[in-house]
Design a protein around this ligand. Structure first.
Ligand SMILES: Cc1cc2nc3c(=O)[nH]c(=O)nc-3n(C[C@H](O)[C@H](O)[C@H](O)COP(=O)(O)OP(=O)(O)OC[C@H]3O[C@@H](n4cnc5c(N)ncnc54)[C@H](O)[C@@H]3O)c2cc1C
Length: 481
């Protein structure tokens, strides 16, 4: 058996592990990055963010073509068809390009060795890698290390529902390789992935039903926005059932039946040819050898302290494996902060209170910082600045004026603690939102910042001007008494 000694072992080449391994190697440390999948990029590249947004982009363009008449364009929209194998080919080529670019970057770092194989911890300072690449000569490699970063991500969580293993029942991974557009698709789970893919396949021509256990879709999102989106999806023709419990999935011939009960009524059925189960994700700990270490975990993820160290000294963890929030940018932010800590550089570890995220629904929803409810629970004297995009010039021009901006701020300090946006293009507004929260910007500064016209960013200034006007009026009144 070959053996090797490194300073740092990084297990998992996704958005958590890869940037961390590269940053450590860039500082001259000897690093081994081990990835068992087809390349570097993790769930995000091969089974998540990127492929789902590639599908979405095709759907978005199809919708735009169908709406061309509103913009004075005469197109034979009935002739527009979807060449699904070309969509899949486009996806494959983007994935391949991104994977090759990532691997090329790692080869530029002389002290970084990337090994493709399965890695299992044997003890708190050693691991075994099974690989058939030239680095290990098809042998097993025993690696000893000073410190390790676990970044093995998460896998779909499928509840124990009878029939969930049937052939036409997909999870978030297999649906991204489906070789046709389903005719009738039933989605179990109204979280971000269910909502995004539900709208995508609906636009591409599927008849879509969505079953959600909670009283409304997109649980943690600001309720005003999620309820609005739910209404919009229903108006568009997606059948949404909330407060429902799926009992079983059955097949007869080419048909799949989803049996569920809803709001006290028992045994209802949905007929489909394809079912998608997107019922959450769980930390990927299987086969990692955690039993050979003191690392502790539960169903939500590995236990870590404030510096992302597990219960085993010298073994750290980042990304989905340590639980919510499960986002690519969050995994990267943790990986890079941890690297600075390990290199004894000044560091600010990411704080969920300042995280941001986008749900790529139609229209998009962007979230940064605290919701109104979370801010109240934190004891903040909450005030909300609102702006309705139906008044917005840019949104009117682009024909997507359905939306709302809510800026949550502390009425005492005037500083922004949360931003919640629903509008087509919200994703591109989240950079400003994230910065407002991280830098604790007072709303007066937002109003004073010059936002170019006509752009959606003007909405930030418009929203706060409204509340500033009220504030000034109230102060004047108070002054008179
Ligand atoms: C359908 C879908 C859409 C998504 N869309 C978005 C989005 O739009 N934006 C966003 O921010 N997030 C999105 N996410 C979430 C995002 O993909 C994850 O949060 C992110 O990939 C987590 O990064 P990670 O590095 O922690 O883990 P992963 O990306 O899961 O990477 C872990 C890697 O570890 C490897 N590995 C596991 N075990 C071993 C082992 N024993 N030995 C060697 N290698 C191992 C795996 O092969 C994998 O490559 C989406 C997820 C899904 C499923």
């Amino acid at each position: 058996m070959k053996t090797q000694q490194v300073e740092f072992l990084v297990i998992g080449g996704g958005p958590g592990g890869t940037p961390a391994a590269m940053a450590l190697a860039a500082a001259g440390k000897s690093v081994m990055l081990v990835e068992k999948g087809p390349g570097l990029g993790g769930t995000c590249l091969f089974e998540g963010c990127i492929p789902s947004k590639i599908f979405r982009e095709s759907a978005r363009r199809l919708r735009e073509i169908k709406q061309a008449g509103q913009f004075g364009l005469c197109l034979p929209t009935q002739d527009v068809t979807v060449n699904w194998s070309a969509v899949l080919q486009r996806k494959r080529s983007i994935l391949q390009h991104r994977n090759e670019a990532a691997q090329h970057k790692t080869t530029q770092l002389p002290t970084l060795q990337t090994v493709f194989g399965n890695c299992k911890l044997l003890s708190p300072r050693s691991a075994i890698i099974e690989s058939d690449t030239e680095i290990t000569d098809g042998q097993t490699l025993l690696v000893t290390f000073e410190k390790a970063i676990l970044a093995t991500g998460s896998v779909p969580f499928i509840p124990p529902i009878r029939g969930s293993d049937l052939p036409r029942v997909h999870d978030s991974k297999s649906i991204l390789n489906i070789d046709h557009i389903p005719q009738r698709l039933v989605i179990i789970g109204g979280g971000p992935v269910g909502v995004e893919l539900g709208q995508v396949f609906h636009t591409l021509g599927s008849e879509v039903s969505l079953l959600e256990a909670a009283p409304h879709i997109l649980g943690p999102v600001d309720e005003e926005l999620s309820r609005h989106l739910q209404q919009r999806m229903s108006d568009d023709g997606i059948n949404i059932q909330t407060s429902c419990k799926v009992r079983a999935i059955l097949t007869t011939g080419q048909n799949v039946f989803v049996e569920y009960s809803s709001k006290g009524e028992t045994k209802q059925h949905k007929l489909a040819d394809t079912v998608l189960m997107v019922t959450g994700r769980q930390p990927n700990v299987s086969g990692l050898g955690l039993e050979n270490t003191a690392v502790q975990y539960d169903k939500h993820g590995l236990k870590v302290n404030d510096t992302l160290e597990t219960d085993e000294t010298g073994i750290y963890a980042v990304g989905d494996i340590i639980g919510q929030p499960m986002f690519a940018h969050w995994a990267t932010a943790q990986g890079l902060a941890l690297t600075r800590h390990l290199l004894a550089q000044p560091v600010i570890f990411p704080d969920t209170k300042t995280n941001s995220a986008v749900i790529f629904s139609e229209p998009e929803i962007g979230i940064a910082g605290l919701s109104e409810r979370q801010a109240k629970q934190a004891g903040i004297n909450v005030q909300v600045a609102r702006y309705d995009f139906k008044h917005d010039a840019r949104a009117q021009i682009t024909g997507s004026a359905d939306g709302l901006l809510k800026i949550v701020f502390d009425a005492d300090s005037r500083k922004v603690v949360g931003v919640h946006i629903m509008v087509e293009g919200a994703g591109e507004l989240m950079g400003e939102a994230a910065l407002l929260i991280k830098a604790a910007v007072p709303i007066e500064a937002i109003a004073a910042a010059i936002h170019p016209h006509p752009t959606l960013t003007e909405s930030f200034a418009m929203a706060v001007r409204n509340v500033m006007a009220q504030h000034t009026a109230a102060s004047k009144t108070a002054g008179h008494h």
